[in-house]
Design a protein around this ligand. Sequence first.
Ligand code: ADP
Ligand code: ASP
Ligand code: MG
Length: 411
Amino acid sequence: MARLVMKFGGTSVANIERIRNVARHVKREIEAGFDVAVVVSAMSGKTNELVGWVNESHKHYDPREYDAVVASGEQVTSGLLAIVLQEMGIPARSWQGWQIPIETDNAHGSARIARIDGAGLIEGFERKEVAVIAGFQGVDPATGRIATLGRGGSDTSAVAVAAAIKADRCDIYTDVDGVYTTDPRVVPRARRLDKVAFEEMLEMASLGAKVLQVRSVEMAMIHGVKTYVRSSFDDPENPQLGTLICDEEDIVEQQVVTGIAFSKDEAQLTLRKVADKPGVAAAVFEPLAEANINVDMIIQVVSDDAAHTDITFTVPAAEFERTRAILEKAKGDIGYTTLQSSGDVVKISAIGVGMRSHAGVAAAAFRALAEKSINIRAITTSEIKFSVLIDAAYTELAVRTLHSLYGLDKA
Ligand code: ADP
Ligand code: ASP
Ligand code: MG
């Protein structure tokens, strides 16, 4: 029998009425003949609340206990959905990550899935039982401790389960009806895409489009999982299929730029008057690498006198304070005069596989932003995307400007 994984995010299970609606979507697929595994998130806002409680309890909390706390949101919704399905006459049971098990590494708070044993789920299918799986969580087999997969991790749970049970399809139900050319909540003129290439989705997700967790896209690409993003707000009797994440070759009409993403989770640091000599960049970035801080954009400019230079770079906003502290400690080794920093920045990126074969795509953006008097603080480019760092106050204006520039606005 064909198998299907259906994942429902926080707004889709926000209360009992929404959970009933989810059950109706599940019922439809069962009646269509599928064996169904459902992956659920916590009710919307729940994970934030749990994280808040942990932070309030201790500044330097034990990450294993953080996971014990934040994994609980999904335990609740998996049980509730199983109950609601049973009430509708559909046999169902809940599964916590450790019960399946979904085995992970020991990186508590952002663990990676190492292995999933799908046998128990498949035995359940033989009894015609829907598997309702708590997303976002697994277990470290070495210690038996619960591990969570990082924010948005239920997407990854879903795709990983789909790969493990060789599902025909993995449907990610959310509060929008697919992947758009940019966040439709920021740009009402954003267009829904019927298809988006794995490589593009990977870039969009890692550059700030939170509609899918980056690792879920990686997983779908590696295991060839046919993944759709679609809406749980559709009529359960008459739903739309949403956006398919697929191979580049399967997209007929390819645009040069497919989407615009933005991320406010950035912080910029500038070291003034660093000696312009070999080994300086290493002195700055080695201690950050040792501290596992991911440096993104880097600019080194020559100052007026030939002996000194300025180095500007960005790190994730969450690492801002740690980065500052490390650089201040290393001031003697690096030898700079001042450290300037700003957390009030946003990284705006344009993504499209068509950039491989078209020149001048980024240059057009620089001109368009200049015409709106938006100052660019840093730039990076790679094969299928470019990013600019600007003041956060201009986020919407810049996203809309680029969205129109590349012909992405809906008619
Ligand atoms: P869920 O709780 O279902 O996992 P998320 O909030 O994680 O939902 O992801 C869905 C949200 O992603 C949408 O409400 C939308 O605002 C946002 N989003 C950002 N970029 C995009 C995009 N390019 N296409 C669609 N949605 C996007
Ligand atoms: N509930 C978790 C979060 O909010 C996981 C998820 O929703 O995907 O991050
Ligand atoms: Mg999500």
